[in-house]
Each structure stands twice: as structure tokens, then as C-alpha cells.
Design a protein around this ligand. Structure first.
Ligand code: TMP
Length: 203
């Protein structure tokens, strides 16, 4: 099997980070060479940009500046981590990719979606082979997030109505790209979700 690029998407607290790690472990058990990475981040430069994005006040950046920062981080991550790994025959499992920008910055402010898509086409120009959307009830996700306090809460502070809009945005995006997306119910126990993820990714 050629090297595969698999992304995980979902709202804050959806469980996608845990599921990405479990899938990477299952793929390694199956003998694959896997790079587990994340966005924003995944390379030294992109991790520096991450700190600018996820810490501080919610109004720290305008939506337009935010799109530029997420895309700059993604370009660095692609150049330094993702593309070299795939070229070397390694699989890449990525916790969030461009669909997060489409939904967090684009679906919620529909007028910005064109900017998101144009920048993506010009500077990134590639999609994962498979995208697993961990679709989790907003209340379940909020309880999970509550148990995990960190300084990286700039986006979570936008509140439940925002998370609800994000969930809908992800589901709409998945429905528009059925060739690439696989939607999995993330409100269930971790191991049940992991079994479905493994079936989707290792089939
Ligand atoms: P994380 O909690 O999954 O590490 O992501 C950090 C936050 O950044 C999360 O609230 C989602 C947000 N985000 C965007 O708004 N746009 C993006 O393009 C990405 C990758 C993340």
C-alpha cells in the first residue's frame, strides 16, 4: 500500500486527538511507519505560530489575520513534516488539517470562505487521502473539555453556540466531499469509536 495521508477533524473536545493517537498505534502494530502530527503545529515554525493562535484573548486577531496565520503554519508543516514523510513512504496521521480552517474560519463567517479556499489553492494545494470526522454531541464535548484545563483555550471560549455551528459546518463539509470524508459518532466510549476508526482507515 502506498503512503497515506489521514486527517482527523471535529469540534473542541470531540475526542479526535485521542482517536488519532489510537489509530497511529494500530497502524504501527500493523507494521506501518507512521508520523503522528497536529495542526496548528507539527513543525518547529508552525508550533511557534500555534502559540500565537491558541493563547490570549478571543479578539487578539481579526478573522482575516487568523486565516493567514493558520495557513502560514500549514505551509510550514506541509513543507517540513508532511511532504517529506510521504515522499519517504511513511504514513501521516494528522490531528486537524485544512478542513478546520474551512469550518472554524470559513463556515462560521461565510463571507470569508472564498479567502480560505483561494489561499488554500495557492499555498497548500493538497488534501488528505482520508478524513475522519469525529462527530460528537456538543454537551458531551464540553464535559470532556472541562476535564482538561489548559492555557490553550482561546477558541473554546467562543462558547456552546459557536461549537454547535462548528459541528453543523463539519457535517455539511463532510456531506459535500463523501469521497474523502468518513463520519464516525464520537459520543460513544473511546474503544467503540476506535474500532470504527480502525475499520475505516485500515480497510
Ligand atoms: P486543537 O485543540 O485541536 O489542538 O486546535 C486548537 C484550536 O485551533 C481549536 O480550537 C481549533 C482551532 N483551529 C482553527 O480555528 N483553525 C484551524 O485551521 C486549525 C487547524 C485549528
Amino acid at each position: 500500500m502506498p503512503a497515506r495521508f489521514i486527517s482527523f477533524e471535529g469540534i473542541d473536545g470531540s475526542g479526535k486527538t485521542t482517536q488519532a493517537a489510537l489509530l497511529a498505534a494500530a497502524m504501527r502494530d500493523a507494521g506501518r511507519d507512521v508520523v503522528l502530527t497536529r495542526e496548528p503545529g507539527g513543525s518547529p515554525g508552525a508550533e511557534s505560530i500555534r502559540r500565537l493562535l491558541v493563547e490570549g484573548k478571543t479578539d487578539r486577531w481579526s478573522p482575516e489575520t487568523e486565516i493567514l496565520l493558520f495557513t502560514a503554519a500549514r505551509r510550514d508543516h506541509l513543507e517540513r513534516t508532511i511532504a517529506p514523510a510521504l515522499a519517504a513512504g511513511r504514513d501521516v496521521v494528522c490531528d486537524r488539517f485544512a478542513d478546520s480552517t474551512r469550518v472554524y474560519q470559513g463556515a462560521v463567517r461565510a463571507d470569508l470562505r472564498e479567502m480560505v479556499d483561494a489561499l488554500h489553492a495557492r499555498t497548500i494545494g493538497r488534501e488528505p487521502d482520508l478524513t475522519i470526522l469525529i462527530d460528537t454531541d456538543v454537551d458531551v464535548a464540553r464535559r470532556r473539555e472541562g476535564a482538561r484545563r489548559s492555557s490553550e483555550d482561546r477558541f473554546e471560549r467562543f462558547g456552546p453556540a459557536f461549537q454547535d455551528a462548528l459541528r453543523k459546518g463539519f457535517l455539511e463539509l463532510a456531506a459535500s466531499r463523501p469521497d474523502r470524508f468518513h463520519v464516525i459518532d464520537g459520543s460513544r466510549p473511546e474503544q467503540e469509536v476506535a474500532a470504527d476508526v480502525a475499520r475505516a482507515a485500515l480497510a
